[in-house]
Ligand binder design. Structure first.
Ligand code: V55
Ligand code: FE
Length: 473
């Protein structure tokens, strides 16, 4: 079968499908030195395209999953990437072509895959209960081998998770191994069911709270504090009748509200507190914490539709708008159901991260991608959340960066004391680099830069797993 990719914006520039599996033992140092204490593996996931899309169109969040790993020890970094060989990938490999149609619309798939999971496994990777899992919010996790990325299988926590999918944005505590996660549209596409799970380091479910969303929302990310799980609902809504007509998985409803549910951990759905605001999108969460009776949430907030490729029900494509890191504050003692919101960085920014060990507690150090310009370039930003000061490292004209990953300098290091790992895109050479920065001084530029003899296409999110954890089985 002929392989010919369409000429569409989703494939221009850096986003051209790569479709390459790589193995490099010992990436070449360009400058500096890899910190001697760095010992562990950085896992990331992203989308690529196994075969030309069945219906000739594509959007950047779709595409078959590619798993990436950087293994670092004794000053040496090795890189490997592999397709996630899940059911979707294997069915298509056998057919030699794409068999799944529009993003998450099962009514547009080839009849031969009616009973095959359409999960793409393209968004995030975590290590939990000794398993390395690749995540996408359209399916349950898919387990792969921690050393080779070879396939192991779809994972449902021994049958204990009854939801049809799990988020790609669980919160995962390095210290106690607890996994806090959820499923939205948890009884199938277009359902309003959502469930919060608190799962311990041996896969036992400690907390399971089912409730209903106000509408069948996209719920891409959430946040947790010691007492609350915070769920954002935004008017990107799934309608099964629209799917049957061959429509998009989400439609934008500008006249609906943003609704935020604060779910009491250990409580019931009757304890949920509801807050409302004008239509907009909450995408990735930096962090949330409690201050007396107020819950603060730092998140990338869009004043309108974050995904302009999802039209309104009458087919209108509204313009996209930039995300700004914003602080939303919810007062549990107030009688009303509004919340406060203010920008904390005045430059557009996305893919926010912190020192994961402190998620749910007030942090000082935040990291994100800032200032994606018209030329596609972007920088790593660090915000001092106490003073509001933002510092940046820009890798150069036309260059851009993937989401940064914080790694603590050593197990007991104070919050924010460590390194940032960053994949850099160099458009002029069409190659990537791995940069390692001092997390407290990103403006100084990398302490090490490593040459990659290939382009790393989009990656969304990832996890650092210390070597000690990986070696203990
Ligand atoms: C998002 C990302 C997704 C997705 C739905 O950033 C929403 C938001 C990477 O995949 O499937
Ligand atoms: Fe995400």
């Amino acid at each position: 079968m002929e392989v010919r990719f369409p000429d569409i914006p989703a494939y221009h520039g850096w986003a051209k499908p790569l479709r390459l599996e790589s193995t490099v033992e010992g990436l070449e140092l360009i400058e500096g030195a890899v910190p001697a204490g760095l010992d562990g593996t950085w896992y990331r996931a992203g989308p690529d395209r196994q075969y030309p899309p069945m219906l000739g169109t594509d959007i950047f969040i779709d595409g078959e999953g590619m798993a990436h790993m950087f293994r670092i020890k004794d000053g040496v970094v090795s890189y490997r990437s592999r397709w996630v060989r899940n059911d979707r990938y294997m069915a298509q490999a056998k057919a030699g072509r794409s068999l799944f149609g529009l993003y998450r619309n099962r009514f547009t798939d080839d009849p031969s895959v009616k009973d095959v999971s359409g999960g793409t496994a393209n968004t995030n990777m975590i290590f939990h209960d000794g398993r390395l899992l690749v995540l996408k919010e359209d399916d349950l996790p898919f387990e792969v081998d921690r050393d080779t990325l070879d396939p192991i299988g779809r994972y449902d926590f021994g049958g204990k998770v009854r939801a049809t999918s799990l988020t790609a944005h669980p919160k995962w505590y390095p210290d106690d191994g607890r996994l806090l996660t959820y499923s939205y549209q948890a009884r199938g596409d277009g359902t309003r069911d959502i469930v919060f799970y608190d799962i311990d380091d041996q896969g036992r479910i400690l907390d399971e709270i089912w409730f209903e969303m106000p509408y069948a929302s996209l719920v891409h990310d959430f946040a947790v504090t010691p007492n609350w799980a915070i769920f954002p609902f935004m008017p990107l809504i799934t309608d099964v009748e629209n799917l049957k007509r061959g429509g998009t998985f989400y439609e934008w409803h500008p006249n609906e509200q943003v609704v935020v549910a604060l779910v009491k951990r250990g409580g019931t759905k009757e304890d949920i507190r509801w807050f409302r605001g004008p239509a907009g999108c909450l995408s990735h969460m930096m962090n949330a914490w409690e201050e007396g009776s107020t819950i603060h949430l730092d998140t990338c907030y869009y004043d309108g539709n974050c995904f302009p490729f999802f039209p309104t029900p009458d087919g209108q494509h509204v313009e996209g708008c930039p995300p700004f890191l914003s602080r939303l504050s919810f007062d549990l003692n107030s009688d009303g159901d509004g919340f406060a919101r203010r920008r904390i960085i005045n430059t557009p920014g996305e893919m926010p991260r912190t020192d994961d060990r402190y998620q749910g507690h007030e942090c000082r150090h935040g990291f994100l991608i800032v200032g994606r310009g018209p030329d596609g370039s972007s920088a790593i930003g660090r915000i001092d959340l106490r003073s509001g000061e933002v510092t940046r490292w820009h890798p150069g004209p036309g260059a851009s960066v993937h989401e940064p990953q914080f790694v603590a300098r050593c197990p007991g290091a104070p919050e924010g004391d460590g390194w940032l790992l960053v994949i850099v895109n160099r458009l002029e050479t069409n190659l990537s680099e791995l940069a390692i920065l001092d997390a407290q001084d990103v403006a100084a530029g990398p302490v090490a830069r490593l040459y990659m003899p290939m382009r790393v296409r989009t990656t969304f999110h990832g996890t650092w797993v210390p070597g000690e954890r990986l070696r203990s089985r």
